[in-house]
Design a protein around this ligand. Sequence first.
Ligand code: FE2
Length: 599
Amino acid sequence: MESWNGLGWKDLKAHPVPPLPWQGHLPLSQVPPSPVQPDLGHFQGSRGSHSFSGQSSLHRVQPVPGVSSWVEHPAGGYKKLFETVEELSSPVTAHVTGRIPTWLRGSLLRCGPGLFEVGSEPFYHLFDGQALLHKFDFKEGHVTYHRRFVRTDAYVRAMTEKRIVITEFGTYAYPDPCKNIFSRFFSYFKGVEVTDNALVNVYPVGEDYYACTETNFITRINPDTLETIKQVDLCKYVSVNGATAHPHIENDGTVYNIGNCFGKNFSLAYNIIRIPPLQADKEDPMNKSEVVVQFPCSDRFKPSYVHSFGLTPNYIVFVETPVKINLLKFLSSWSLWGANYMDCFESNETMGVWLHVAEKKKGRLLNLKYRTSAFNLFHHINTYEDNGFLIVDLCTWKGFEFVYNYLYLANLRANWDEVKRQAEKAPQPEARRYVLPLSIDKADTGKNLVTLPYTTATATLRSDETIWLEPEVIFSGPRHAFEFPQINYRKYGGKPYTYTYGLGLNHFVPDRLCKLNVKTKETWVWQEPDAYPSEPIFVSHPDALEEDDGVVLSIVISPGAGPKPAFLLILNAKDMSEVARAEVEVNIPVTFHGLFKRA
Ligand SMILES: [Fe+2]
């Protein structure tokens, strides 16, 4: 307990609570729900509980006393998230405490950067390190951990030439100094080689699994051995210049994704692509990819950055934000002045946000102009239909300045006071619910069209026929984000739902796991001193009756913990209490996204 005080854990010491009788290592079925705790104050309108398990066998649940419960990180343990590690030649056995549910069988696959420099050349941005694919396997209560670098062109060529060869998101690859001036000159005009550094996510297409970034290149991997199989160029299958790392996968295996399309004569659009499920003929579904809807672009030369989109059984929602890609820089100047992807972004300070809706089956755009004030958007939480409305839940960052400007590794590796100083200048996070009416009547001009009883979100029809949206705030904490949202996707994706699980970012440092009831705004939090978790993946119990019957999986690093600095954490999704953890003797750098592949 003493060392916690030094880390800013005064609240815990000031409000000691004896261990509760169920806070041990009980089978999941025996863990009773945590009691609802008093109002927190610092989450707007939230109620919640706070779960601490600081030392090996001490497990506590107690209320959060107030604003001061936000923890501090003066020891800077989060810097370990951005350190190069070696891959493993074979899986290692993890040391399990608690009891892994016997029904939990399969693999947690996750992607992130694992190599943050090549020789003496550093990568500069969070999205530049070379892709490392991680796997935790669960089998009969035992856990193993494995990881391999994805053999992308970017990685293989860097290893071969011992320098950064392919320009990454925020790092320019200088030409080979051994080449003479003429060959260097011509190599500039060959055009930029687009990176295939698949560090963001992994997803299934048919029976295959692909690691991906956001360019036109995805990389097929073997989900059992983590070996790289082949690079796939989406441009060869369908008309997009890239696709997001957040496709929607329907229960029959159909894949939907969205990507920018830079057409002839500078025509710009956002294309929704559909990859059908595997058919009886076993032909690669990629061969049957098609564009099903095209969303127009608000600016002829500048498409918006798009990271994810919304999908319901009948509608597709695309949120066009003011973070723009300046195509003129991107297409012509880049190779001449040696810029990287980050240099091609700019903000439109006046457009705000435009939302677009299309009918999924007919591929038809709704002729409705939804507008709201400026925000950055990376992750949709969920979208559903209700009585002529679309409910669109988002993790927003307020304002038009690009949040990625704050994600340079130098910022993220700074000392805690500097991390906080930087984050205070950045756009501020807020989880929000927008409600979009699917039809309008001109007679309602000036009125709020939202008639759903359970939301304070509004949609006002203006005389110019735009529909101005004001959100309902579902989570807000100054400089504390609810991000990397996950839901019980298989059963509730695109449908009315109650719970979302997220990673808490404290001034961009991931330091808590949070469950949020989007109806009541009640929250449950898992947090430990000097521990840095990743996106929580929900895995439902095979016989689940309720939406939150299951567990939440997260990779956590705990640099001060001695010989076992990282672990896979299993939480009861009901109350975010710990069920088990599987510790490994190696550090695990930051991972962004992933999935659970059932055995
Ligand atoms: Fe993402």
